[in-house]
Design a protein around this ligand. Structure first.
Ligand code: ZN
Length: 410
């Protein structure tokens, strides 16, 4: 079977990371399905030898992944809500947004971000494919279209008078199967002087900090500035600024406009281009070296968990994020090594993790079970989690993270 780059159609022949077979990472198992099997799919990331886009090959239609069972509600993370509020304030000031402007967010989830624009009296519209999260947004008074975004939806937005002054998407660019239809849609939906901002985890950090657990089926592309600039340029869009953000283990926020648009190019853009060039992101060697690092991480995590078990220590997890499911399935960690995990989201409590069948409880379970080690699966939120659950030290419990290398953090 031949596979081709989702952007430039070059045949994909270079492996970035092969994580074997894994179930869809958001398919949490409910009690009534415990006696059923689960589908496992290849989880294999490739790098395009031509444009250097790191990507999974498409294996299942997006409609089957982002269905109404999709369990991720943005509003359950307090640090993410603060990030969204700050973004809204800064963009409003920088681009002079007011009651005559139109803000459009793609993948607006439960309205975690647009609620800030609505409260400030700036017209805002969300486009969100998952019905249950969109309903929450609509309930909060945030106009939301339940749709996938692409060229066709962009034309509908323009026809309905919603061409955007600010067109944004956080953690969506990496999740779209047809990146050309998506970026082509951005071009259509943007007003002549408008600004696009997109946030996505930065491939440079994934490589530098060993974040291979952020590879999962719903996440089709792993983006560098280099690849994104190529894709945007192909669709008549020009980047004029980029910011490095701490979210999701190190993200980029790119700023784009129509080619020859009014916004001056900022020095931050060249700085990130130079950083990527210095690490060799336009060469294939760096991608080829990554696989060995992934194998080594698996051996170290298993050694840590087996040692804990042999010392008679009880180990629990904290969190049930998609990245935890990639890690646990790749490493083959089940209830033989981690007794249970806990998560603040009521949508995940009372389920079992896909593939590994580790039960998910509410965080109160920690006080009851008093585990000796709590392994933080969403390592990007470790400071928030450690601060909120420092009481585990009352019984001698300690927090650890698995990535970039397994170690105690408190
Ligand atoms: Zn390519």
């Amino acid at each position: 079977m031949s596979r081709h780059c989702r952007f430039c159609h070059t045949p994909l022949t270079h492996t970035f990371a092969d994580l074997g077979l894994s179930p869809l990472s958001n398919s949490y198992v409910k009690a009534e399905r415990l006696n059923q099997g689960e589908m496992f799919y290849p989880l294999h990331a490739w790098v395009c030898p031509s444009c250097k886009l790191v990507q999974l090959e498409e294996f299942e239609r997006a409609e089957n992944i982002f269905n109404d069972e999709y369990a991720y509600f943005s509003s359950y993370s307090s640090s993410w809500l603060a990030h969204a509020r700050q973004y809204s304030e800064v963009m409003t000031a920088r681009f002079g947004l007011n009651a005559a402007s139109q803000v459009v967010e793609i993948a607006s989830n439960d309205g975690y971000l647009l609620q800030n624009f609505v409260a400030a009296g700036i017209p805002a519209l969300g486009v969100e494919p998952t019905g249950n999260t969109a309903e929450v947004a609509i309930g909060k008074g945030i106009p939301t279209w339940v749709k996938f975004f692409g060229v066709a939806t962009a034309h509908e937005l323009v026809a309905a008078g919603h061409a955007a002054d600010l067109l944004l998407g956080n953690n969506v660019l990496a999740h779209v199967p047809d990146i050309n239809d998506f970026v082509g849609g951005l071009k259509v939906a943007l007003k002549p002087g408008g600004v696009i901002t997109m946030e996505f985890p930065h491939l440079l950090n994934l490589i530098r900090h060993n974040q291979f657990d952020t590879i999962y089926h719903e996440h089709f592309s792993y983006l560098s500035l280099l690849a994104v600039e190529r894709i945007f340029a192909h669709h008549g869009l020009a980047l004029f600024d980029v910011q490095e953000l701490p979210t999701h283990g190190g993200s980029l926020r790119i700023f784009a406009q129509h080619a020859n648009g009014p916004h001056a190019t900022q020095p931050g853009l060249q700085a990130v281009r130079d950083k990527e060039a210095a690490d060799g992101l336009d060469e294939l060697d760096i991608y080829a070296r990554f696989a060995a690092q992934v194998d080594e991480t698996k051996r170290a995590l298993l050694r840590f968990l087996i040692d804990a078990k042999e010392q008679g220590l009880r180990v629990a997890g904290y969190g049930a994020p998609a990245k935890g499911n990639t890690l646990l399935n790749y490493c083959g960690v089940r209830t033989d090594l981690i007794d249970f995990t806990v998560d603040a989201s009521p949508h995940k409590q009372g389920t079992w993790l896909p593939g590994t069948r580790i039960p998910v409880y509410a965080p109160e379970k920690l006080r009851e079970a008093k585990p000796d080690i709590v392994l933080i699966l969403p390592w990007n939120l470790k400071d928030e989690i450690v601060a909120a659950h420092s009481y585990i030290s009352e019984w001698g419990g300690r927090f650890a993270v698995p990535i970039p290398r397994v170690e105690f953090v408190a």
